[in-house]
Design a protein around this ligand. Structure first.
Ligand code: GDP
Length: 305
């Protein structure tokens, strides 16, 4: 249901156009597939993915002898899910957080300013706290003015501790303190914010690797997830950010925010096609409760619902 309302814009645009197409053509022919191609491209599925998809649909239509466009809708859903999973088990169902059942779990959040990193940390803190876990946040974005206050405000709203230093201080030092605090307070989960300057890729890489080294030194096998936060409304930009960040650090999961604010939810498939990283969460609004574990089936069927 969250998917249904959160994907309203994509769904309206997508299924309205698709239903319209089916009503207009009825018969599955070449022009039908050309128009279908346009609809998928306008949802940001990605040109190459669309080409492949439509080619497969044409073959499937032939194979199953589908003549009526109405019968093709189910096949389209199936193919979209297939594209997302790519036949790999890791992508078939929800990709859960790499939670350590008996130890402190450390999750590092990366991404450029404005994508919804702080908000996603706040939302996740709320979810984990609801599950009965003790959560600590650490304000590792010491660069952006207001980032520390913003994270603190989320900490207060959710009711979890926030470890912070002053603006301009060393991010690795505050993360180190965060780890010590989480350990001494016997926390279950530590969520680490980081700075999101992309202007200088070398700086970004250095800062992220320094932060990672500190975490690894304190806790073997941590960070247990590095979550890259991407804004779904930015289309191709999100894809190039994903490329830059995965070159800078080992990203293990994507948090795709603001899916509620775009008609281009097909970006999920484009991201999946270009990166071998599962989408772990999607942001479907600004509220504390608007973060959902990503489920490829619920997502694709949500587009047609
Ligand atoms: P940061 O700079 O990456 O930490 O970004 P923020 O967390 O400050 O978020 C930037 C803006 O995006 C804020 O106004 C958030 O309320 C908004 N935002 C974050 N996630 C979502 C989402 O899933 N949906 C919508 N509609 N807005 C979001």
């Amino acid at each position: 249901d969250k998917y249904k309302s959160g994907l309203e814009k994509t769904r309206e645009s997508f299924s309205t156009k698709l239903n319209d197409l089916v009503a207009r053509y009825r018969k599955v022919d070449e022009e039908f597939f050309e128009d279908l191609e346009e609809i998928l491209i306008s949802a940001d599925v990605g040109v190459n993915t669309v080409m492949d998809l439509v080619e497969e649909l044409e073959m499937e239509a032939k194979r199953q002898n589908i003549k009526d466009a109405r019968d093709l809708k189910e096949v389209i859903s199936e193919k979209l899910v297939e594209i997302y999973t790519g036949g790999e088990d890791t992508f078939k169902t929800q990709a859960p957080l790499n939670i350590q059942p008996d130890d402190l779990s450390v999750f590092l959040f990366v991404g450029v300013n404005g994508v919804g990193k702080t908000t996603s940390i706040g939302k996740l803190a709320y979810q984990l706290k609801q599950e009965g876990k003790k959560v600590v946040l650490v304000a590792g974005d010491t660069f952006r003015a207001g980032a520390i206050e913003q994270l603190s405000a989320w900490g207060e709203r959710v009711g979890v501790d926030v470890i912070k230093h002053g603006e301009g201080s060393d991010p690795a030092a505050v993360i180190y303190d965060g780890i010590q605090a989480a350990k001494s307070r016997k926390a279950d989960v530590l969520l680490c914010d980081t700075a999101g300057r992309l202007q200088n890729k070398v700086n970004l890489m250095n800062e992220l690797s320094k932060v990672k080294r500190v975490i690894e030194r304190e806790i073997p096998n941590a960070p247990h997830d590095v979550l890259l936060v991407l804004d779904a409304t930015t289309g191709q930009n999100a894809l190039s950010q994903a490329k830059t960040f995965s070159e800078a650090t080992d990203v293990s999961g994507i948090v795709l925010t603001k899916l509620d604010g775009t008609a281009k939810g097909g970006i999920v498939l484009a991201i999946r096609k270009q990166l071998d990283i599962p989408v772990k969460f999607v942001g479907l609004g600004e509220k504390m409760t608007d973060l959902e574990a990503f489920d490829p089936n619920a997502f694709v069927y949500g587009l047609f619902a």
